[in-house]
Design a protein around this ligand. Structure first.
Ligand SMILES: Nc1ncnc2c1ncn2[C@@H]1O[C@H](COP(=O)(O)OP(=O)(O)O)[C@@H](O)[C@H]1O
Ligand SMILES: [Mg+2]
Length: 256
């Protein structure tokens, strides 16, 4: 199982759309078995795949409970090849609990929980909160690759350096496998600002950037209301076509 963290310290940059689309394209177009982990208290990924709940186990239990079978916090979806580990607002409390309990390792709990199910999936995609906290650190420790979605605006690159440092620290201290697979420009519009922002990012040697960018599409908002992945909702929209191309590029890079 290869694990990919979708992360950015900023909200509204298409982390959730990217995580869900990537999982969907890997499952449906590439016939991969995918575990999609929701690691954001807002639970948008869980809602999008119809598994948001306060009655059943979630990632909060994975992070706090001592001996938990990870299957208890993994839900089936209507896609045969996509299972979801859901999140909800209890993740706020779970983060505090993990921080207060130093009697056992705090940063490796997600990795330890995912280990027993690694044989059941080809890919694990983790949708993260716009934050560096103990649960996002758990995600980085459990990951092989990081994808940073970036929406170009005047503050688009704020926090990028801090995030890169966090990735490097995690690699040095806890997870030598971790690598920054690349930045992915999302919500791209044909404006001068977007073109210049993309050009600037691609000129920065310290940040790998995917060739593919994801175009802005009005269909995306409709698809989120319909709780249907964009590639299924509107296969011909720019965003859908770009997510398909992006996943192909991602898989191609992995082979090098
Ligand atoms: N390519 C796109 N085209 C149009 N709207 C988009 C696109 N990507 C994201 N959005 C919209 O931007 C908002 C934020 O996306 P979301 O995936 O929830 O970001 P995050 O998880 O980073 O907060 C959502 O309303 C989403 O529908
Ligand atoms: Mg989100």
């Amino acid at each position: 199982m290869k694990t990919i963290s979708i992360i950015n310290l900023k909200g509204g940059v298409a982390k959730t759309l990217t995580a869900g689309s990537m999982a969907h394209v890997l499952a449906v177009f590439h016939n991969k078995r995918v575990l999609l982990v929701d690691n954001d208290k807002q639970g948008n990924t869980s809602k999008a795949f119809g598994v948001h709940s306060y009655d059943e186990k979630s990632i909060s239990d994975i992070l706090t409970a001592r001996r938990i079978d990870p299957h208890e916090a993994i839900k089936k979806t209507r896609y045969e090849n996509i299972d979801v580990m859901p999140a909800n607002m209890t993740l706020i409390r779970a983060n505090l609990e993990v921080m207060m309990d130093s009697t056992r390792p705090q940063q490796t709990r997600l990795r330890a929980a995912l280990d027993p199910v690694a044989g059941e999936y080809d890919y694990c995609v983790i949708d993260n909160a716009p934050d560096i906290n103990i649960s996002t650190i758990n995600a980085l420790v459990a990951s092989d690759d990081v994808v940073i979605p970036i929406k170009i605006d005047e503050y688009a690159f704020d926090g990028l350096l801090e995030l890169k440092e966090q990735i490097e620290n995690t690699r040095d201290d806890l997870n030598p496998r971790l690598r920054l697979a690349g930045c992915l420009i999302t919500c791209f519009q044909r404006t001068d600002a977007d073109r210049q922002g993309e050009e600037w990012l691609k000129s920065q040697p310290q940040y790998p950037v995917f060739e593919t960018h994801i175009r802005y599409s009005e269909k995306v908002t409709e698809s989120t209301f319909a709780k249907t992945p964009i590639v299924e909702y509107s296969r011909r929209s720019g965003a859908a076509m770009d997510y398909i191309t992006f996943v192909r590029e991602y898989l191609g890079r992995g082979k090098q």
